[in-house]
Every structure is written in structure tokens, then in C-alpha cells.
Design a protein around this ligand. Structure first.
Ligand SMILES: C[S@@+](CC[C@H](N)C(=O)[O-])C[C@H]1O[C@@H](n2cnc3c(N)ncnc32)[C@H](O)[C@@H]1O
Length: 252
């Protein structure tokens, strides 16, 4: 982990404090896209080391069948990709795979394109500005959502769209903040950090979007499992976890 990234993220989010306070009064929410640029950079600084340490060495091998498909040249959609850290890591580890990243925030996608070019993988990693409910393409072997499903106002429509976009034997890798299903289970240092981040970032973002959900970073396994089931996924399991993330696999 790289904890300084969490401070860049937190201090960036605090710049919107008066507007977020007002958004709590009105109930209008406050979109991710309206935040200071430090929020996007800090988010990548904080999460990327965890992905670097875990995604290829442990999370992908924990999924059924996925590693071999990636090595053979799988088609991947990375939804809510932010600055594209996860998309670039997958492309670097699996030279035959092609990755389509998407995010509803235009500024993040511009930076993600730069990151992919700097990493020398732009020929196999493309990006589009699109929501999780509308991203393009079909027949994906793997769809990934890293730390973003709980941010969405309509995670159920996103899950339905992901299911439609997957090949019949495809996999949805869901990486979410580490959280238990009860308040008591979150009364620990990571839970305290994530409750604060959730109040400033995740819940206001969800409320700024249509859909009526406000899961926040403390969604826990129960609500994520429910969304997958409601979207028609027939298989769901928690495959692994770290101090900062719960990792789930859903299959059509
Ligand atoms: C906490 S950040 C995570 C970014 C990136 N996946 C990562 O792990 O570094 C949440 C991301 O979700 C995106 N997002 C929020 N609502 C979205 C939606 N409805 N559709 C697509 N992306 C969305 C935000 O723009 C932001 O990039």
C-alpha cells in the first residue's frame, strides 16, 4: 500500500467540503467529476499499489478459468476505470489480451489514455467516455469493476449491462472496498477511513446519478451479492480479500 495517496485523495476531497455539506442538505449529491484533480490523482496513488501487488499475482489466479483465457488473448472491459491503472496492469501482464476501459468522467479518460501511451500498451488498450450502464462492446471474456460499483447511483443497471456485454462463459471481477455487512464489522482503522471517504465521495456521487442507490464504501458482501443476483448472475462468490479490498467473482 501507499498511504500518502490516501492523504492526497482526502485533502483533494475536502476542497469540495462546503458544496458537499450543501449537497447533504438538498439531497442532490455531488458527482465525482466535479472534484478537484487531486481526487483523481490521489485515488490512483492510493489504489494502484494494491492492484500492482495483488491483481496479477493473486486476484486473477483466484478466478475460475480466467488466467488461461487472458494468456490466450481475452477481450476485457474495465468499467469505471478512472485513470486506467488496472487496465494498464492487465495489458502489461497479458500481452495477447485487449482491454477496453471506460469511465463516465471525461478528464479521467484523457489521463488514462496518456497512462496507456506512456506504458507502451496503447495499441491494445482503448478508452471511451461512457457510463457503466452504456459502455460499448459485447462478448467480453472478462469485465472488471475496481472500487467503483458502490459509487454508482444505479449499480443494478450497470450489473445488467455487464451481464449483457459478457460472453456466455465470461466472468465479472468485482473489486470493492473491504467492508463487512454490519456497522460493528467496520469499526476498525480501515472502516473508519472508508466511512469518511464514503461520506465525502461515494455516497454524494451515487446521489448525483439517477437510480436511487447510495451503497457507499460500506456496501459489504450482502448488497453486492444481491445486485449480482437481481441482474441475473447465477454464480457469485468471494474469491479473496486484502485489508483494503473484497474481491468477488460473478458469472452469468
Ligand atoms: C473510486 S474511483 C475508482 C477508479 C478506478 N477504477 C481505480 O480503481 O483507480 C470510482 C470511479 O468510478 C467512476 N464512476 C462513477 N460513477 C460511474 C458510472 N455511473 N459509470 C462509470 N463510471 C463511474 C468515477 O468517475 C471514478 O473514476
Amino acid at each position: 500500500m501507499y498511504l500518502p495517496g490516501a492523504f492526497v485523495l482526502a485533502l483533494g476531497a475536502l476542497r469540495a467540503e462546503p458544496r458537499i455539506t450543501e449537497a447533504f442538505r438538498t439531497g442532490d449529491g455531488y458527482g465525482w467529476d466535479r472534484h478537484d484533480a487531486d481526487v483523481f490523482d490521489g485515488c490512483e496513488l492510493f489504489f494502484r499499489p494494491g492492484y500492482l501487488a495483488n491483481l496479477v499475482p493473486s486476484w486473477i489466479p483466484a478466478l475460475n478459468d480466467v488466467q488461461d483465457k487472458l494468456a490466450a488473448g481475452a477481450r476485457v472491459a474495465d468499467v469505471g476505470t478512472g485513470l486506467g491503472a488496472s487496465a494498464v496492469l492487465l495489458a502489461q501482464a497479458f500481452p495477447a489480451a485487449t482491454i477496453s476501459g471506460s469511465d463516465y468522467h471525461h478528464g479521467s479518460i484523457e489521463l488514462a489514455r496518456k497512462r496507456a501511451a506512456e506504458a507502451g500498451v496503447a495499441n491494445r488498450v482503448s478508452f471511451e467516455v461512457a457510463s457503466a450502464q452504456t459502455f460499448s462492446g459485447a462478448g467480453y471474456d472478462l469485465v472488471t469493476t475496481f472500487d467503483c460499483l458502490h459509487d454508482m447511483g444505479d449499480p443494478l443497471s450497470a450489473a445488467r449491462h455487464i451481464r449483457q456485454a459478457l460472453a456466455p462463459d465470461g466472468t465479472w471481477l468485482i473489486v470493492e472496498p473491504a467492508a463487512g455487512d454490519t456497522v460493528e464489522a467496520n469499526l476498525n482503522p480501515v472502516g473508519r477511513i472508508y466511512y469518511s471517504a464514503s461520506a465525502f465521495l461515494c455516497v454524494p456521487n451515487a446521489l448525483s446519478q439517477p437510480g436511487g442507490y447510495a451503497l457507499g464504501a460500506q456496501a459489504g458482501e450482502g448488497p453486492i451479492r444481491q445486485i449480482a443476483a437481481d441482474a441475473g448472475f447465477t454464480q457469485f462468490r468471494r474469491v479473496t480479500e486484502t485489508p483494503f479490498n473484497n474481491v468477488y467473482e460473478a458469472r452469468p
